[in-house]
Design a protein around this ligand. Structure first.
Ligand SMILES: Cc1cc2nc3c(=O)[nH]c(=O)nc-3n(C[C@H](O)[C@H](O)[C@H](O)COP(=O)(O)OP(=O)(O)OC[C@H]3O[C@@H](n4cnc5c(N)ncnc54)[C@H](O)[C@@H]3O)c2cc1C
Ligand code: SF4
Length: 701
């Protein structure tokens, strides 16, 4: 039963939005409410919004009823910023328009477009969008911009903040600002004078405070997604420019993004890479510092544990297994549109780092097999750890950044921290050129001792990153619920107050994705942890990352592979715990159609899954398990009497078609509906498209 205000919202919105897209049943709210993070909140209502008019109506009505909203794109966020226990507004289907203009220098994209899809559109022109998160095959423009997502090559030069040209947003009261439209800007400035004044006074305060000004400038020299993009207040003078850039990295807490225009960037035609081994992390980090001024496209660091996790790969060279414990690798990538220049760049790189000894000889390769293996080693790290973890545990990816000169010391201290808290499976890798390190480890949240261990790790991590190295606690994955308790620690009280004021300017009632990014609860990162109960061998390693969703034919009709797994896990949990039989019954009521009957079981999802889960295979086992003994006997009988069964069906279809020819379509439809009704659905409905019985195939010829 919905609380009265939520019921009212549902009733009001059902007038203008197709009620089939306003979901309140327990199966769908759980399925749609789940994202890739290790946090879980179940929304009371999920609204699959299809256009801006609907979003404005949702925002206005929710405001009147004082109901909180959270916006969602692909739900691949890792820090708990795309979940809610209130109303989730999913802007994916219906948000796929794109437009290339200004001689291909700009592309306007709606928030439901997958990043890789935008790049497919741009590829024929030798172009791409700047942001390049590893999740680009699944995540969408809304989330990419709202998280200021970035990856191997874009660094701080080509992320959303740097490449955004314009944005169209809907504010908490339904006001629209389209920064590409002069009329919209004029109207906005006229109608939102208080908001503009507040932005101007924040800007002037920061520019008048030298310490704060320099702090902001310095902190954004490395990747930083902790808190709001307050660099907008020092980088820009015009309030509209400031607002545009504040939206980047705002994690859906300031406004809804209806579309974004990016400046396109060049996607070089020729690529080569080299996996260079150094004797120590220090050597690898020193080489990275030298590479900063070289023509490199990417420099990725892989620690010894990272290499170990891929050493059994069929394509891995034998010496991977014999590397010293201190070894460390850099994957260096070179790109250019001209093959001759590419070779020159490779030489420049070699010269640049020649003073640092390498563990083995190295060469750059464009050979598809070797090139692919090098990147597979790097990109496969998360799945490798994810796939090796114990069932029932979560795989956690943290992403921090350090000033480049301190990277080596920071790596060593991080490794000591993992040892101290016995995270023995932790691997350390990342975008070295940006001082951005990811560490991946498995974490059990099923008992208090484990949660305590995680709490200790996080609080010491905050001290290490902030106090020891003046780094960023989040470099590219966004603050979310995960780092919200540490934003003040990283930024200090003056900058934090500015951030709180920003939230208040755009969301005075704290109803747009509350508790994300700004959260007064110092233990917020330890609450609402997602249960990951064992359920079935085929799917137990699922990380709920959502990479499979774009490959699923039933996503949007019913459930995606990720959502099927989420539901199956919850059923397992409820059956095991027996703590909420009503909820179990409610979920089970819809499960046959949602999970089973609408799965094509084609296994396409496994192609995109980092841990190779074929959810189709799982659904087949589910089907077999769910059949009662009568059905199983019937299936077995049919299976062993196939010739007789097909001959009966052929005969039956011929009879039906005979009557159709005599009675006509209208009478036949009416009779079929009647017999379906009076037999309580036992006799299936006839439809005009039903085939005639075929002639028997003569297998003797
Ligand atoms: C395996 C894996 C690898 C990853 N690798 C990277 C990486 O290399 N680099 C990186 O940066 N990130 C990475 N991520 C994190 C994540 O994929 C990205 O941050 C991504 O950009 C999130 O996009 P999404 O479409 O999934 O957004 P969601 O998760 O749906 O939402 C993200 C945020 O955007 C807000 N939002 C969504 N749509 C709108 C809208 N229309 N208006 C306003 N706010 C909106 C949401 O409220 C939320 O706060 C990875 C994630 C996984 C699972
Ligand atoms: S099935 Fe694979 S791709 Fe899909 S959510 Fe799970 S781990 Fe990710």
């Amino acid at each position: 039963m919905l609380a009265p205000s939520y019921q009212k919202l549902k009733d009001i919105l059902s007038v203008s939005i197709d009620p089939k897209r306003i979901l309140t049943n327990p199966l769908q709210t759980l399925a749609y409410g789940t994202d890739a993070s290790f946090y879980r909140l179940i929304p009371k209502i999920v609204i699959l919004a299809h256009n801006e008019t609907e979003v404005i109506e949702i925002i206005k009505q929710a405001k009147l009823l004082d109901i909180a909203l959270t916006f969602r794109a692909a739900g691949t966020s890792l820090s708990g910023q795309a979940i809610t226990d209130s109303v989730l507004v999913v802007a994916t289907h219906g948000w796929k328009n794109q437009e290339l203009f200004d001689n291909n220098q700009k592309i306007k994209l709606e928030p439901g477009i997958i990043g890789a899809r935008a790049n497919i559109f741009l590829a024929p022109h030798g172009l791409k969008i700047g942001p390049d998160p590893a999740s680009i095959g699944a995540c969408m423009i809304g989330g990419i911009v709202a998280n200021n997502a970035s990856g191997m090559c874009c660094g701080t030069a080509q992320n959303s903040y740097q490449t955004i040209a314009d944005i169209r947003i809907v504010l908490h009261d339904g006001t629209i600002l389209d920064t590409a439209d002069a009329q919209s800007i004029t109207a906005f400035k006229k109608n939102q004078t208080a908001l503009i004044q507040e932005i101007e006074s924040l800007r002037d305060e920061i520019k008048g405070n030298e310490t704060l000004y320099n702090q902001i400038k310095n902190k954004f020299k490395i990747k930083n997604t902790t808190g709001y993009s307050i660099n907008a207040l020092v980088d820009y003078q015009e309030p509209i420019d400031i607002i545009k850039h504040l939206m980047v990295g705002s994690e859906g807490t300031l406004a809804f993004i209806s579309n974004v225009t990016f400046k396109t960037v060049i996607d070089e035609k020729y690529k080569s890479c080299s996996l260079i081994f150094f004797n120590t992390i220090q050597d690898a980090c020193n080489a990275t510092i030298l590479l900063k001024s070289s023509p490199v496209a990417a420099v990725e660091l892989l620690d010894r544990e990272s290499i170990r996790s891929v050493e059994n790969d069929d394509d891995a060279p034998d010496y991977f297994k014999t590397l010293p414990e201190s070894a460390c690798a850099l994957l260096v990538e070179c790109r250019d549109n001209d093959l001759v220049v590419l070779k020159q760049k490779q030489e420049q790189i070699r010269l640049q780092i020649q003073s640092i000894p390498t563990y083995t000889e190295y060469k750059f390769t464009s050979d598809p097999k070797q090139y692919y293996f090098n990147w597979k080693a790097r990109k496969g790290l998360l799945p490798t750890v994810g796939g090796l973890r114990k069932n029932g545990t979560t795989v956690i990816i943290e992403d921090v950044a350090f000033p480049l000169p301190q990277l080596a010391d920071a790596c060593l201290e991080l490794k000591d921290l993992f040892k101290k808290y016995e995270y023995h499976d932790a691997v350390l890798f990342g975008h070295a050129l940006e001082g951005n390190l990811h560490f991946v480890f498995s974490q059990d949240f099923s008992n208090q001792a484990e949660v305590d261990r995680y709490e200790k790790l996080m609080s010491e991590l905050a001290v290490l990153v902030v106090d020891r190295f003046n780094g960023s606690l989040k470099a590219e994955h966004g603050t979310g619920r995960n780092m919200a308790p540490f934003v003040e620690k990283e930024w200090g009280s003056t900058a934090y107050e500015i951030m709180k004021r920003i939230k208040n300017i755009f969301d005075p009632n704290n109803k747009i994705n509350p508790d994300v990014l700004i959260n007064p609860d110092p233990k917020a990162h330890l609450k609402n942890l997602k249960p990951l109960p064992e359920c079935n061998d085929i799917v137990d390693k699922c990380m709920e990352c959502g990479f499979c969703e774009p490959h699923c034919v039933s996503e949007g009709l019913t459930l995606s592979p990720r959502q099927r797994i989420v539901i199956a896990r919850e059923i397992s949990r409820l059956e095991e715990s027996k703590d909420d039989p009503q909820r179990l019954a409610d979920i089970r009521k819809d499960v046959t159609y949602q999970l089973d009957e609408t799965c094509a079981t084609d296994g396409l999802c496994a192609l995109a899954c980092p841990v190779h889960i074929d959810t189709g295979k799982f659904v087949k086992t589910w089907r077999a398990k769910e059949l009662d003994s009568g059905n199983k006997k019937m299936a077995a009988y049919i299976g062993s009497h196939m010739a007789g069964t097909t001959s009966i069906l052929r005969f039956g279809l011929k009879i039906v078609s005979f009557f159709h020819a005599i009675l006509g379509t209208s009478v036949m439809t009416a009779l079929s509906n009647l017999s379906h009704f009076i037999t309580f659905g036992k006799i299936p409905k006839w439809i005009p498209e039903m085939p005639k019985g075929a002639d028997k195939i003569n297998t003797k010829n």
